[in-house]
Design a protein around this ligand. Structure first.
Ligand SMILES: [Zn+2]
Length: 112
């Protein structure tokens, strides 16, 4: 059962909470249909999340959201990025596997 009549609103609210937690300031948080990825982050500060994330496990939602939000601070997937992921989303490596296999192409939450 859905916790809200407006699950995408819920997702945006979750994303905003993450922005505060990670001290990042996305210009726009967008929820829209995405076929190949769960999320993306543009250098202009727009974070886009796949609308079907609302049907996923909340832990997975957090993983995708945190991943994209962290890109506002760290653009690459280097050591710092991974350290921050570990700090905020314990167990994210497992979730990353899930991310890759549940979509037709790899690169999941953003590719970048
Ligand atoms: Zn990424």
């Amino acid at each position: 059962m859905k916790s809200s009549l407006y699950p995408t609103q819920e997702l945006r609210r979750r994303a905003l909470a993450w922005a505060v937690k990670l001290r990042v300031n996305p210009k726009v948080i967008r929820v829209q249909e995405m076929r190949r990825k769960w999320g993306s982050c543009s250098s202009a500060g727009t974070v886009t999340l796949a609308s079907d994330l609302v049907d996923q496990d909340p832990r997975f939602q957090d993983f995708v959201i945190a991943h994209e939000m962290l890109h506002l601070r760290v653009p690459t997937h280097g050591r710092l990025f991974k350290a921050l992921m570990s700090a905020h989303v314990p167990g994210w490596r497992e979730l990353e596997d899930l991310r890759g296999t549940s979509r037709p192409t790899r690169g999941g939450a953003g590719g970048q």
